[in-house]
Design a protein around this ligand. Structure first.
Ligand code: CA
Ligand code: CA
Length: 179
């Protein structure tokens, strides 16, 4: 599992680098993670989820299994903390800062806890072999909707901050990371 995480870390990190290259072809985006945004619409999250599927389905069997699901949760958190931002790979790549109060690194206990939460989350959502494409996109959208507290189909302000915090390894729900 450790190796799987390392492989995925490499793949997702390479993605950020590639994005850096393509962004420089564009105009004003100096940052490899794309342009900063104030508003994140649901449509961009859909595109991001669709693009993420192939990176997360590491063995290319068309399903995101429990290990792959847990690995992406941990790897996204590690990258988000290290980079201090999350990239959303929508129709254009955009970035959202990770709140300052979230630590620079994912500690070992945090990693273990996040892995356990991800596996529990996975088992609650998936019955059989894993998320297929549609199921995965639905799961990502669910994360979006849980953070869209006013239900207007867009994340902004505190909603966006909570969304970035989730990818940085905080768990959704009643505000506490524990439970
Ligand atoms: Ca798979
Ligand atoms: Ca909203």
């Amino acid at each position: 599992m450790e190796n799987r995480n390392k492989r995925m870390l490499k793949i997702l990190a390479v993605t950020a680098t590639l994005t850096a290259g393509s962004a420089s072809l564009g105009e004003a985006f100096e940052n490899p993670f794309g342009a900063p945004i104030d508003v994140l619409p649901e449509t961009e999250v859909m595109v991001d989820a669709a693009r993420a599927f192939d990176k997360i389905d590491m063995n290319r069997d068309g399903l995101i299994d429990e290990d792959e699901y847990a690995a992406q949760r941990v790897v996204y958190a590690q990258l988000a903390r290290f980079n201090r931002q999350i990239a959303i790979d929508g129709t254009i790549t955009v970035r959202v800062p990770v709140p300052e109060e979230i630590g620079q690194t994912l500690t070992s206990p945090e990693k273990v806890a996040l892995d356990a939460v991800a596996r529990r989350d996975y088992r609650l959502r998936v019955g059989g072999g894993g998320f297929d494409r549609a199921g995965w996109e639905e799961a990502r959208l669910e994360t979006f909707f849980l953070n869209d507290t006013n239900g207007d189909g867009e994340l902004r302000g505190k909603e966006l901050k909570a969304y970035a915090s989730y990818f940085a390894g905080q768990t959704l729900g009643s505000g506490s990371a524990g439970s």
